[in-house]
Design a protein around this ligand. Structure first.
Ligand SMILES: NC(=O)c1ccc[n+]([C@@H]2O[C@H](COP(=O)([O-])OP(=O)(O)OC[C@H]3O[C@@H](n4cnc5c(N)ncnc54)[C@H](OP(=O)(O)O)[C@@H]3O)[C@@H](O)[C@H]2O)c1
Length: 284
C-alpha cells in the first residue's frame, strides 16, 4: 500500500578562508551579509530528500543556517555531508516529527549553535494508505493526521518562544494540490492536506500579533520518491498536462525559491496565504 505514495558550513568556509586572498574574503563576507536570509536560522522537517532537501539547500545558499532532519540517521548524515561539502551552513539530527522526544531533540539541536530560530518549514508528510477512506483504520487516521497536521502545530509550539526571542519569524507548511482536487484512493491524505490549509489560516491569525507569518505552499506533482502515481491516478498525467500544466512534472527545486521568498523580508506583508506550485493553479 505504501507503493504509490511511499513514502547540510561555516566549518568548511572557515577552512577554506586562509587560502583565499584577503580582498576576495572581504568581498564574499560582504556578499554573505547581503544575502536575503543572512544570519537567519531555519528548521526544516523531512529535509534529507526530495522537496525538503531542495528547500534546505536553497535557504542555506541564501545565507541561512539550516537545521535539517528526518527519521533515519543515515539519511541525515548523507544530507548534512552533501550540503556541508557545498560550503553551506547546515547541521542535522534525527527527528520523527510525530514523536515528542524527537521534536525536543530537534529544537535543542537548532539552539546548540544559535540563540534563536527564525524560520520553520514543515515538509515531513506521510501516506501509508491507498484505498477507501471509510476503510481506513483508526491507526491509519492517527498516523496520517498525526504526522501531517498535528506535528507541525506541536513543533511550532515548541519553537515559538525561540522565534519570539528573535522578534518574529516565518513558518511555511507544505500542503498538496490533493487538498483542492482530491486524488482517488487517497482520501485520508487528501483530508490531511486540506486540514493544513485551515491550520495555516488559523495560525496566521493567531501569530500575527507576534510578528510571525504563516503561509503554505501547495505542490502539484513533484518528481521525488514520494510519487509513483500514474498507475493509481484517476486520469492520465499526460492528458492532464495537455490541458492545464506547464507540460512537465515539477522538480523539488521548483518548490524552493518560493519558500525562500516567503521567509525573506520581501514577503513581510504576506501571511495566511496558500501558494500553488503545480505548473497550473486550480485556485481562483
Ligand atoms: N512529491 C510530490 O508530488 C508532492 C506533492 C504535493 C505535496 N507533497 C508533500 O511534500 C512533502 C515531501 O514530499 P517529497 O515528495 O519530498 O517526499 P520524499 O522525497 O519521499 O522525502 C520525504 C522526506 O521526509 C522524511 N520523512 C518522512 N517521514 C518523516 C517523519 N515522520 N518525520 C520526519 N521526516 C520524515 C524522509 O526521510 P526519512 O525516510 O529518513 O524519514 C525524507 O527526507 C510531503 O509532505 C508531501 O505530502 C509532495
Amino acid at each position: 500500500t505504501t507503493s504509490m505514495f511511499r513514502a547540510l558550513s561555516w566549518t568548511l568556509r572557515g577552512l577554506h578562508c586562509s587560502s583565499i586572498p584577503l580582498s576576495t574574503r572581504m568581498f564574499s563576507e560582504r556578499a554573505d551579509k547581503s544575502r536575503s536570509l543572512a544570519d537567519k536560522v531555519a528548521v526544516i522537517t523531512g529535509s534529507t530528500k526530495g522537496i525538503g532537501f531542495a528547500i534546505a539547500r536553497h535557504l542555506a545558499q541564501n545565507g541561512a543556517h539550516v537545521v535539517i532532519c528526518s527519521r533515519k540517521q543515515w539519511n541525515v548524515d548523507q544530507a548534512v555531508t552533501t550540503l556541508q561539502k557545498e560550503g553551506l551552513s547546515v547541521t542535522g539530527t534525527v527527528c520523527h516529527v510525530g514523536k515528542a522526544e524527537d521534536r525536543d531533540r530537534l529544537v535543542a539541536k537548532a539552539l546548540e549553535h544559535h540563540n534563536g530560530i527564525d524560520f520553520l518549514v514543515c515538509v515531513a508528510g506521510v501516506n501509508p494508505l491507498v484505498g477507501s477512506t471509510l476503510g481506513a483504520s483508526e491507526q491509519v487516521w492517527d498516523k496520517i493526521l498525526g504526522v501531517n497536521v498535528k506535528a507541525p502545530a506541536l513543533l511550532l509550539s515548541q519553537l515559538l518562544p525561540h522565534m519570539e526571542n528573535r522578534g518574529g519569524g516565518s513558518v511555511v507548511l507544505v500542503s498538496s494540490v490533493a487538498a483542492y482536487m482530491p486524488i482517488s484512493k487517497l482520501g485520508v491524505y487528501n483530508t490531511s492536506k486540506t486540514a493544513l490549509l485551515g491550520l495555516c489560516k488559523s495560525l496566521a491569525m493567531e501569530l500575527a500579533p507576534k510578528g510571525i507569518r504563516v503561509n503554505s505552499i501547495v505542490p502539484g506533482l513533484i518528481k521525488t520518491d514520494f510519487i509513483q502515481m500514474e498507475k493509481t491516478l484517476p486520469y492520465s498525467l499526460s492528458d492532464l498536462n495537455k490541458v492545464y500544466g506547464l507540460q512537465r512534472l515539477g522538480e523539488p527545486e521548483d518548490c524552493a525559491g518560493i519558500v525562500s521568498f516567503l521567509c525573506s523580508s520581501d514577503a513581510s506583508y504576506i501571511t495566511g496565504e496558500n501558494i500553488t506550485v503545480a505548473g497550473y493553479s486550480p485556485k481562483l
